[in-house]
Design a binder for this molecule. Sequence first.
Ligand SMILES: [Zn+2]
Length: 99
Amino acid sequence: MHRKPSTDPCKPTTKTCLDCARAREGPAYRLFNPLCQFCGARLLQAIDRQADLPMNKRDRKRAVLTDWLAFGHSEIEIRRLHAGKGLPLAPLAGPGAAG
Ligand SMILES: [Zn+2]
């Protein structure tokens, strides 16, 4: 089977996120794809880990959420991924990938 990758920015896709794949290999990887909700959640975690004033972090995380929501993601879903244990990473594409 062959499936074309989606490049429509209105349709977020998390199936084959290159940035998540790279972060999986090296968690210090610092690029985040706004088409990917897992990348958004990972960026929020990265801001959490930085040494900065809590109010600065809050503003930066709000800005990240605004950016990601503009790409059609769900704030609830990103917050859920952000609050979860471990590094948020898009599932690996494979024969079992849904959709
Ligand atoms: Zn990603």
